[in-house]
Write a protein that binds this ligand. Structure first.
Ligand SMILES: Nc1ncnc2c1ncn2[C@@H]1O[C@H](COP(=O)(O)OP(=O)(O)OP(=O)(O)O)[C@@H](O)[C@H]1O
Ligand SMILES: [Mg+2]
Length: 284
């Protein structure tokens, strides 16, 4: 695949090859390739409607590809039966873009839900585990009985994250985790992900429009454009890929402001001010 950083010694826990996804006449993905390596934070960016959420849904088996293969933890998704899929399901957690929490369930019951569905632990242990997760995301037992409608935006995101972590996964998917948060809540969330990543040794796949979190958290950024992953690279290398979306997204005013937090990337951005980016050729 072109535009992918060298992977010497790294284990890919997600391998997407030649993915095609169609809804009727509408082709969302066409020949999409992507690797995600253990312990990295990989962010996915792309215009609205380019298929970021649909890509995540296919990786976790909620949506079937029209063609191509997806291997998760070395296992090809299309070959797994329901029991094997359930086993795999225990190894990842997902914070969904919308409808994060069940409005009729308390905070604690929302977090406990994935454990209850497994039906293999007594309820007192499940509640204890859910409380621990609540604390892990910076909330407390006082919040356990609140209903989703009573939470602030930042708290809702944290509860959704606690639920995504409830089965102690090694891989988490975050779909627009900071959307709708004010800058301070967003910074707090980014700090939380950093800590959790370090302490729980998580691999994180994050879809985001938020440039500040992108710069603060990502080891690599995958750009979704023209129905495929155009490149998946650390930001300084990605900036050198000549594509209109990358130029507009990273080298516009907002992009440059965000890149100031990463001196190496800011230097590359400055060197590209004449608008000439290096063309993407072969394995860059
Ligand atoms: N079940 C479905 N049936 C038909 N079309 C769908 C379905 N799910 C998604 N799509 C279409 O697939 C395209 C990609 O949708 P997706 O939600 O993945 O976009 P996105 O990149 O996540 O956008 P955003 O940044 O706005 O969240 C859109 O045109 C959407 O309307
Ligand atoms: Mg989406």
């Amino acid at each position: 695949m072109s535009g992918v950083a060298p992977a010497a010694g790294r284990t890919a826990i997600i391998e997407v090859r030649g993915l095609v996804k169609r809804f009727g006449q509408h082709t969302v993905h066409e020949g999409l390739d992507l690797d995600v390596y253990r312990d990295e934070v990989l962010s996915i960016v792309g215009g609205s409607g380019t298929g970021k959420t649909v890509l995540l849904r296919q990786i976790i088996g909620l949506e079937r590809p029209s063609a191509g293969t997806i291997r998760l933890f070395g296992q090809e998704m299309s070959r797994l039966d329901a029991a094997q899929l359930q086993l795999l399901r225990n190894r990842w957690g997902m914070q969904f873009q919308r409808g994060a929490l069940f409005s009729s369930l308390s905070v604690l019951d929302n977090i406990a839900l994935p454990l209850r569905e497994l039906r293999c632990l007594p309820d007192n242990l499940i509640c204890e585990a859910a409380l621990l997760k609540l604390e892990l995301v910076g909330l407390s037992a006082r919040d356990a009985d609140k209903m989703p409608a009573d939470l602030s935006g930042g708290m809702t995101k944290r509860v959704a994250l606690a639920r995504a972590l409830s089965l102690e996964p090694e891989l988490v998917f975050l779909d627009e985790p900071t959307a709708g948060l004010d800058p301070m809540a967003s910074d707090d969330y980014v700090a939380l992900i950093r800590t959790l990543r370090r302490e729980l040794k998580l691999t994180v796949v994050m879809v985001t429009h938020d440039l500040d979190s992108l710069v603060a958290l990502s080891d690599r950024v995958a750009v979704l454009a023209d129905r495929k992953v155009l490149a998946a690279l650390p930001i300084p290398q990605l900036l050198q890929v000549d594509h209109p979306f990358i130029r507009e997204y990273f080298l516009g005013e907002r992009g440059r402001r965000a890149l100031a937090a990463m001196p190496e990337a800011a230097a590359v951005a400055a060197s590209l001010t004449d608008g000439r980016a290096v063309a993407l050729t072969g394995d860059s």
